[in-house]
Design a protein around this ligand. Structure first.
Ligand code: HEM
Ligand code: HEM
Length: 347
């Protein structure tokens, strides 16, 4: 059992390192350092681990550090997958470890390819999205190897009316995941400031995309020094991508709040559940504040990177809530009635 406990601790450390890696990656994009190191897998012709430390300056510092942290996380993932393979009884958990290994290898290759092909949108968006997916897998493994997961939990009786907590939390996870893809699309099509005001958009709820209106917006951006005459003009596609991310945030907020309220109704049963409810609420409030600040600060590096990191944190929290719901209600229908203080619980 001790070795299993150590395995769980090891995966927790891997999850923390992955979160730091996402912040490091976010910094690469936010500081536009993606091409500061033009070659891969070498760094300016050096074997990457032998790159002289005194040359780590400017954008190279961000890009090369990101590669180094990624290599470390890759190394942790190899150990984790082997450890799971040897120590874990459940086949699907062992395969989840292998999936994490596959994801980290693919992620490294995508990172290298985006450099070699000069940051094409499709590869950079895939790299950003796979980062979030990989983080979610590691966080799931951390929960699945925990003592709580392996302790028999009283099964709850699902409500016969309406949507179940499992369905609700899985839907919320998917909605958040889609938002992260829209966010990555926004970032890698340079649409982040295609709409410079907030909460309105060019003073309207939804800006017109007609050519003359877009030309007028471009003039506005030049007058307010947000764009130089020599810069490429903002296009209607960029405005559309930006608005998609903003409008989808309404769906995300609604779903996250709905899930939190649902969890709060269960809070009398377990402190763990109520903690998740408050965690989701706090995360969505922080994220909505950061999103406004991202636009109003004209994409300040720290704020924008915090927005990316909070997005990853929100997704991971939703994944954890879904796994808790699955554990507490069970996927298959079972005769499950739980008594709490001699009271039958139906939620
Ligand atoms: C486990 C491995 C890795 C993870 C989890 C990871 C994660 C990330 C994340 C979260 C971003 C920010 C994306 C965004 O803000 O939209 C990023 C950016 C970036 N990463 Fe990685 N990364 C990994 C490995 C690598 C490797 C091995 C390279 C090798 C060159 C690399 C190169 C880059 C580059 C160039 C960017 C900036 C892309 C752009 O600005 O378009 N990454 N990474
Ligand atoms: C509440 C739900 C939201 C979530 C979960 C979320 C998450 C994210 C994530 C993860 C990214 C970066 C994706 C990546 O590159 O990997 C992003 C980008 C961005 N988000 Fe959000 N976002 C939300 C709402 C908003 C709202 C309402 C705005 C308001 C305008 C906003 C503004 C931005 C901007 C401007 C960027 C791009 C920054 C850049 O170009 O560097 N976000 N979002």
């Amino acid at each position: 059992m001790t070795s299993y406990k150590n395995l769980h601790r090891f995966i927790l450390i891997t999850a923390i390192c992955t979160f730091l890696l996402i912040i490091a990656g976010g910094l690469v994009t936010s500081t536009q350092s993606g091409l500061s190191v033009p070659d891969w897998p070498n760094t300016y012709g050096h074997f990457m681990f032998a790159f002289p430390l005194d040359q780590m300056a400017g954008g190279i510092l961000y890009e090369h550090s990101h590669r180094m942290i990624a290599s470390f996380v890759g190394f942790l993932t190899v150990i984790m997958a082997i450890w799971l393979w040897k120590r874990e009884d459940s086949r699907w958990v062992r395969f989840l470890g292998v999936a994490a290994l596959g994801a980290v290898v693919a992620q490294g290759v995508l990172g290298g390819l985006t450099v070699l092909f000069l940051l094409p949108t499709a590869i950079s968006v895939s790299h950003a999205t796979l980062a979030q997916t990989f983080f979610s897998i590691i966080v799931s493994l951390a929960l699945i190897t925990s003592r709580w997961w392996h302790t028999e939990q009283p099964l709850l009786r699902p409500s016969t009316k309406g949507i179940s907590l499992i369905q609700l939390s899985l839907m919320t996870t998917i909605v958040v995941y889609i938002q992260l893809v829209f966010g990555a699309l926004m970032r890698h099509t340079q649409s982040g400031l295609a709409v410079p005001d907030f909460p309105l958009a060019y003073g309207q709820l939804f800006p017109s995309l007609a050519p003359n209106a877009v030309a007028q917006y471009n003039q506005q951006l030049i007058h307010s020094d947000l764009r130089l005459v020599a810069d490429d003009p903002i296009t209607s596609t960029q405005i559309l991508i930006h608005m998609l991310h903003r409008l989808w945030a309404v769906v995300v907020s609604g779903m996250v709040i709905w899930t939190s309220v649902r969890l709060l109704k269960l809070s009398s049963m377990s402190k763990r559940i109520s903690r998740f409810a408050y965690l989701l609420l706090a995360t969505i409030i922080v994220q909505l504040t950061l999103c406004a600040m991202t636009v109003l600060s004209l994409k300040a590096v720290d704020i924008t990177t915090a927005h990316v990191a909070t997005g990853a944190f929100l997704l991971a929290s939703c994944v954890l809530v879904s796994l808790h719901a699955i554990k507490l209600y069970g996927f298959k229908k079972r005769k499950a009635v739980v008594s709490f203080s001699a009271q039958e619980v139906t939620v």
